[in-house]
Design a protein around this ligand. Sequence first.
Ligand code: HEC
Ligand code: HEC
Length: 308
Amino acid sequence: MLASPAAAGFSLMLRAEIVPTCIRSALQAGVLALLFGAAPGGAFGQGDAKRGEYLAKAGGCVGCHTEDKKEAVPYAGGRALKTPFGTFYGPNITPHPQAGIGDWTEADFIRAMRLGERPDGANYFPAFPYPSFTKISDGDLRDLWGYLRSLAPSGRANRAHDLRFPFGWRSLVTIWKWLFFTPGPFVSNPRRSQIVNRGAYLVQALGHCGECHTPRNFLGGPKRSRFLAGGKTPEGKAVSNLTPARLKKQSDAELKDFLVFGTTPDGDVPAEAMGEVIRNTTSQLTPEDLAAVIAYLRSLPPLPAEPR
Ligand code: HEC
Ligand code: HEC
């Protein structure tokens, strides 16, 4: 680690009388943070790209940001996302300075994920699941950023979204956000076990499971009191209720088989929307994280399925 020589250098500086006291104590705090690995907000260096790679899987980023064809460059954009408001195209998020987000700072990235705002201040459309990603912790956002920076830059040009009037107006999203968007990182519930809190974080923040599994009103806003009680895909296909009202019929082993291999107790193949989530996300989770996801789903209040 760099910590020891750097720390030695710092302590030499600290002993020199020319360094004013206030700077000295700030430096001391910094050295302590370095030594004990508790870097305060953004003060030191890059996120951990290796951890970020795992978090990108837990977030399913590759699916929406990769064209749906063989030989597509991962994260270079182009995936069509059909919704009742029109078709969105996932943008290129590789570090290419023009085609991708190569000229972004870490702060630009954190603002996009936490607040759903572009570097120029315009709103993102909530087809980018920032209403869930806002809950990702600062540390995990930094690691995700570290990972995106480590990708090979791709010059693949973005395609403009093809949205029905007036849904293409980014300014209208301000109203949508005001009604439905609560920014801010996930807060653990001290009355719940550590494993249930971990599962809640994976499901609500990174996994954005509610984007499909929570029913929406006619403005596309999630019905909060019906969290994970089952919804519809944008194309109108039914999406299962994930609360115990339905999942109690399945054992933990059956749920694991479904989330890792896509096999159902009655031998069915899951609908493609979930098949992709299984491939990109749930099958890639560590056994501990998968167990946490299941423990959290088991802890939800049982809600009846959405009336059709
Ligand atoms: C369900 C699809 C979907 C998923 C999953 C998704 N994104 Fe996106 N993302 C989008 C769409 C659509 C946009 C463009 C939104 C707009 O133009 O308003 C976008 C935009 C972005 C942008 C801004 C790019 C730019 O050029 O302005 C970043 C950064 C980004 N996503 C990162 C991520 C990361 C990191 C993950 C995984 C943790 C992720 N996305 C997962 C759909 C998705
Ligand atoms: C892109 C939309 C989408 C997302 C995101 C999504 N799912 Fe699903 N999920 C579906 C659909 C559609 C089905 C129904 C599959 C079927 O019936 O064939 C489903 C089914 C399931 C089932 C089977 C339930 C049953 O009735 O047996 C489980 C479990 C599940 N999803 C868990 C998750 C978890 C956990 C996440 C988050 C990591 C998640 N899903 C994210 C679309 C989605």
